[in-house]
Design a protein around this ligand. Structure first.
Ligand code: HEC
Length: 701
């Protein structure tokens, strides 16, 4: 009886504190509106929108933590998020309340002072949809506006959540066709009371577009397609009519691509929204648009009016893209002094390896220079704004090794700009790609690249893949300093008025700080996992905090194979918050289990079976289990599984035994015999790996 009463009392206390939390969140988020976000510069303690302010510079004016006292920076708290999939989100912070998203589009609200989880919102994305995701089931963030939190879900819905309670306010389906493999991983942005969201899916085959919805009601306001549709139907608008003659063939069957999966940046001064447009579907232009053409608006930055979606200008970084050179990468707005004039610029370091400075009123090129190894073009012509291509890179007559690869010289990992140093901090990459045209026929059940995926992702030795933190002077278009790393896929950056740059280093799983002016390493924290997301800084009651989502993931962690494994990264998903004098420590990770000995292959398995198994594997399993079945560990390495697991392939692949764990089924595309062939291929890879690791034959064939 007594215990019951105590339990009931505790419940009441919990309910009361819950009500207090709700009331507080309601109060602090209700007033986040156009005026506040436009004036976000005057609220240094908050991080109100994706890149902190509408300019998305990811610069924090807070200066309590500096390059001088950073030795005292320590962990304030860590919140375990119970996931081993990638964490890519930039949190939003309003008066000490943190909103962030993660795998399967789950959203969390957290008390920033204590790390207490206030609520979790799970949009219940069907796990089978994971098969449509090229690059992990990640989510890069939410938007907050007048008491609501907005998230785009992996399966293409836009959801509004009541910030106070964590309950759904409304949801809308953003997809034009649910039978197409669209995904949403990017953060919505809010401009003039409209929520703007794009999508991904160009690796599998879709037509890209962006939609604006009324933030209060979820009603659609406008939609902008990025590539033309079937020419038998009328063009949607003048922009599509203009793009049409730049396309040939039957691109609309695969979709054409041009997805806007990350950068959507609002410029309240000019009332424009800049869209970073993605690659072609399929990749190989000869398959997509035989006869060439620029294929507008692939790999372009497109400026549209915030209220109508009408196109104002575009700038194409890679005309006739054939390498997956998306221009979706983060966009930063700034006013720079160039040749004695103040220029309103937009900056981007897209996958193609050039750093672009554009006049954001007109889209005119101001300058573009290589910030990484680039072998597809020798430069960018200042008068035409077009790249000067190296013809062999187009792989018309056989495979070509090209820098950068489809992973990009820089991907979605946010870069930041520090107005004090005048430098942009870019997590840059050096990974070659091997491109080769492959017989291509559109099949909506699988990836549609028009290139040999196995070669693209594996035909380079892992040692050549590297990364760096690059401090770039956008006015001089020149490197200021660079920290080189042995492996790519390092973290997004944050820069602060304390002369600091924070970001994650993949190799060894570190979260590191450098001086912003000179690149001197001043602090390091063992994060136990790779940190890829963009960190944020915020303050309450005079205390400055640094918060980051820690959990290696994304496309390179899934299909980087041995190059990804070389980081030695472990997978744990956490939100970490640091402050001066923080003394918390992370729980040590459990030892990895021993790798089981794989069972021998039965005598009837022939080389031909293994070859066909490899083909089927790389067509269907590569995106999640890696080239040659080399899993870097985020999703367990299927070579290192229990011996008995090999007998369960029919149940796993065809009956969906593990769908709830995110392992989709393939009964629409694979027969029982084909599932067997894949199994023998993976088993043979497991045996080869065992022999290599133990330097002894495991089994006789
Ligand atoms: C969209 C991503 C995705 C694709 C594509 C995919 N898998 Fe998986 N697979 C997963 C996930 C997630 C798990 C669960 C891992 C876990 O629980 O740690 C998994 C688990 C498995 C397991 C069980 C491993 C174990 O030890 O528990 C096997 C076997 C497997 N997958 C084989 C395949 C094969 C073969 C293919 C291609 C036909 C394939 N998978 C395609 C995501 C994927």
């Amino acid at each position: 009886m007594r215990t019951l009463m105590i339990a009931a009392g505790l419940c009441l206390v919990a309910a009361a504190s819950h009500a207090q939390d709700s009331a507080r969140i309601k109060e602090v988020t209700a007033t986040v509106d156009a005026k506040r976000i436009q004036n976000a510069e005057s609220e240094p303690g908050n991080w109100l929108t994706h890149g902190r302010t509408y300019s998305e510079q990811r610069y924090s004016p807070l200066d309590k933590i500096t390059d001088k006292n950073i030795g005292e920076l320590g962990l304030g708290w860590a919140l375990d998020l119970d996931t081993n999939r990638g964490l890519e989100a930039t949190p939003i912070v309003v008066d000490g309340v943190i909103f962030a998203s993660g795998p399967w589009s789950v959203v969390w609200a957290v008390d920033g002072r204590t790390g207490k989880l206030l609520w979790t919102f799970d949009p219940e994305v069907p796990r089978q949809w994971g098969r449509n995701a090229c690059c992990d089931v990640v989510n890069r963030g939410v938007a907050v506006w007048k008491g609501k939190v907005y998230v785009g879900t992996l399966d293409g819905r836009l959801m509004a959540i009541d910030a106070a309670t964590g309950k759904k306010a409304w949801e809308t389906d953003t997809l034009i066709d649910r039978s197409r493999p669209y995904t949403i991983t990017g953060a919505p942005r809010i401009a003039n009371g409209k929520v703007i969201i794009g999508n991904g899916g160009a690796e599998l085959g879709v037509r890209g577009y962006v939609t604006a919805y009324d933030a209060e009601t979820g009603k659609q306001v406008w939609r902008f397609f990025t590539v033309p549709g079937n020419p038998a139907e009328p063009a949607e608008n003048a922009a599509m009519a203009r793009a049409l003659p730049t396309w040939h063939g039957r691109w609309w069957e695969t979709g054409g691509g041009g997805t806007v999966w990350d950068a959507i940046v609002y410029d309240p001064e000019l009332d424009l929204v800049y869209l970073g447009v993605g690659n072609g579907s399929p990749w190989a232009q000869q398959a997509r648009s035989p006869g060439g053409g620029d294929n507008l608006y692939l790999s372009s930055i497109v400026a549209v009016r915030a209220d109508t979606g009408e196109m104002v200008w575009w700038y194409q970084t890679t005309p006739g893209d054939t390498w997956d050179y998306t221009a979706t990468q983060p966009i930063i707005l700034a006013d720079l002094q160039i040749e004695g004039k103040t220029r309103k610029v937009l900056m981007q370091a897209p996958k193609n390896g050039f750093f672009y400075v554009l006049d954001r009123r007109t889209g005119q090129l101001i300058s573009a220079e290589k910030f990484a190894t680039v072998t597809w073009a020798s430069g960018v012509d200042k008068t035409t704004g077009r790249p000067i291509e190296i013809p062999a890179a187009r792989y018309f007559s056989g495979p070509a090794v090209v820098f950068p690869s489809a992973f990009g010289a820089h991907s979605w990992h946010p870069m930041s700009f520090n107005p004090k140093t005048g430098l942009v901090y870019i997590p840059a990459m050096e990974i070659p790609g091997v491109y080769n045209v492959k017989d291509y026929k559109y099949d909506k059940r699988t990836w549609n690249l028009g290139t040999d995926t196995l070669e693209t992702f594996t035909a380079f030795p892992p040692e050549v893949a590297a990364g760096s933190l690059l401090a770039w002077d956008p006015v001089k278009q020149k490197e200021a300093w660079r920290i080189k790393y042995e492996t790519p896929w390092n973290g997004g950056t944050l820069t602060t008025a304390g002369n600091l740059v924070f970001h994650g280093v993949a190799k060894g799983g570190k979260f590191v700080a450098y001086t912003a002016d000179t690149g001197k390493k001043v602090w390091e924290f063992d994060a136990q996992t790779g940190v890829v997301a963009g960190p944020v800084s915020w303050s309450v009651d005079g205390e400055q905090y640094i918060t980051v989502m820690a959990g290696w993931g994304g496309v390179f962690s899934l299909l980087g194979g041995d190059a990804a494994k070389a980081t030695g990264v472990r997978y744990v998903g956490r939100m970490l918050t640091f402050k001066l004098g923080g003394k918390q420590t992370l729980k040590p990770l459990a030892e990895l289990p021993a790798i089981p000995v794989p069972p021998p292959l039965p005598a009837h398995v022939t080389e031909a079976t293994l070859k066909e198994g490899s083909r089927l594997y790389h067509m269907n399993c590569l995106p999640c289990h890696g080239p040659g079945a080399v899993g870097a560990g985020q999703i367990r390495d299927i070579r290192h599984t229990d011996a008995s697991m090999f007998d369960s392939y029919p149940q796993i692949l065809l009956e969906g035994a593990f769908v709830s764990r995110g392992m989709p089924k393939f009964d629409d595309i694979l027969s029982k015999e084909e599932a067997e062939k894949i199994r023998y291929f993976v088993q043979a890879q497991a045996i080869a790996d065992h022999e290599k690791r133990n330097k002894v034959p495991a089994t006789k064939r």
